[in-house]
Design a protein around this ligand. Structure first.
Ligand code: PLP
Length: 406
């Protein structure tokens, strides 16, 4: 549990006064719910029966042989209902929304995975649902937009700023200031004001808890290293928090994008372009321009181009408890191709960052060592971006001929 929402110097609650009472109400309900065994049991039941947990820990014999170093295991969050780890959080917050007696949820989404997950749980729990999504992300993740709408959600395109996740988050916060009486802001990552970072990380911690049990059952020890991609930070917090302070090394992989220049990546660590700042309701490391404004970002994956990062990870990074590295767009596509061919598993572009980081280091490790890479989601949603990156001509021809049909 955080101290007043702070993790070291990061976190806190920097919200407009109008939101203060609903933030306090949320905090109270959240603390009560987490102390109520029947609420915890209902979350666990829904994770099992609706989302298909536990997800497997899959050993990769072919990849291990090909890379020639550590033994490689994958935590299969891609096998959640909805195809990503985002489901863990929406189940928790969806049930909390019902418990608070609210009728509507709003959410921001980047890759669309959190938007789809929120629309799914809203349909299941009978909640009205509005999703804010950057116009740029809508264009590159349209299949997810299609499903959100089919599920009954209203999808609002955000055309301000860089038209990506950062701007969608701003718009969702704006909605909440006028709708908080009947609306819960179902934030999709471990960011924002207290208690969101702790709450989202808490619902996601099921990932790491399962890895602990599965590692003991499958190879009788803890993994030597764990890799996770870092956007806002929820899948990384989820798999890492249960291991903080143990002998397992924790490595976050950020979006290295197309270069190190401003606007070309989304690295909030290992760069002097990210500085301590306060925005979007909380304090963390934000990518900023010379004037202290939030800076543009780039990543081949729509889910990793967020300008800030979980205050929990910012603090763990400062304290040396999590090591941060990055993978660039090219390395990500290469890692994705390698995994697909070696093991018949199609990772999301976001997760492929973790794969790239993991494979790069696995090659230098000893064969007695074991690494776990978190496959936060599956890659079906990325078919258009991947086909473009691979310059797959038959796929482009298919798209053209499909559109030419009556
Ligand atoms: C599959 C997948 N992985 C990772 C992320 C990044 O989010 P986070 O850092 O909160 O896990 C996203 C975000 O949309 C995603 O869809």
């Amino acid at each position: 549990m955080s101290d007043q929402g702070y993790f070291g110097q990061y976190g806190g609650s920097f919200i407009p006064e109008i939101l203060y009472s609903s933030q306090q109400e949320l905090l109270k309900h959240y603390r009560e719910a987490m102390a109520d065994p029947s609420f915890i049991a209902s979350v666990k039941k829904e994770m099992q029966e609706y989302s298909g947990r536990p997800t497997p820990l899959t050993f990769c014999p072919n990849l291990t042989k090909q890379i020639g170093g550590a033994q490689i295991y994958l935590k299969r969050e891609d096998l959640n209902h909805s195809g990503a780890h985002k489901m863990n959080n929406v189940i928790g917050q969806g049930l909390l929304t019902k418990r608070m007696g609210k009728k509507r949820v709003i959410a921001e989404t980047g890759a669309g995975q959190h938007g789809v997950a929120t629309a799914l749980i809203s349909a299941r729990l009978g909640l009205e649902c509005t999703i804010y999504m950057g116009a740029k992300d809508i264009a590159r993740q349209y299949p997810n937009v299609f499903w959100m709408k089919q599920l009954g959600a209203t999808v609002i395109p955000v055309t301000t700023g860089s038209q990506t996740l950062t701007d969608a988050l701003d718009e969702a916060l704006r909605d909440w200031t006028s709708s908080y009486e009947d609306t819960h802001y179902l934030i999709g990552t471990s960011c924002g004001c207290e208690p969101f970072p702790e709450m989202v990380a808490g619902f996601q911690s099921v990932i790491g808890e399962e890895v602990k049990e599965q590692a003991m059952a499958q190879f009788g020890a803890m993994p030597d290293k764990i890799y996770a991609c870092v956007g806002g930070g929820s899948n990384a917090c989820g798999i890492m928090l249960p291991f903080v302070g143990t002998d397992t090394e924790l490595i976050g992989v950020e979006a290295g994008g197309r270069g190190d220049g401003p606007g070309d990546h989304a690295k909030r660590f290992n760069t002097d372009q990210a500085k301590f700042g306060i925005s979007q309701g909380y304090a963390t490391k934000f990518l900023q321009d010379d004037q202290g404004q939030l800076a543009p970002t780039h990543s081949i994956s729509a889910g990793l181009d967020y300008v800030g990062v979980s205050p929990i990870l910012a603090d763990l990074g400062d304290r040396g408890l999590v090591r941060m590295t990055s993978a660039n767009d090219e390395e990500v596509i290469a890692a994705l191709k390698t995994l697909i061919r070696a093991e018949g598993i199609i990772p999301a572009l976001e997760s492929s960052h973790a794969v790239a980081g993991g494979l790069r280091e696995a090659a230098k490790l000893d064969s007695s060592q074991r690494i776990v890479i978190n496959i936060s989601g599956r890659g079906d949603k990325d078919i258009f971006t991947i086909a473009k990156a691979l310059d797959d001509k038959p796929f482009n021809e298919f798209l053209h001929s499909y559109l030419a049909q009556e």
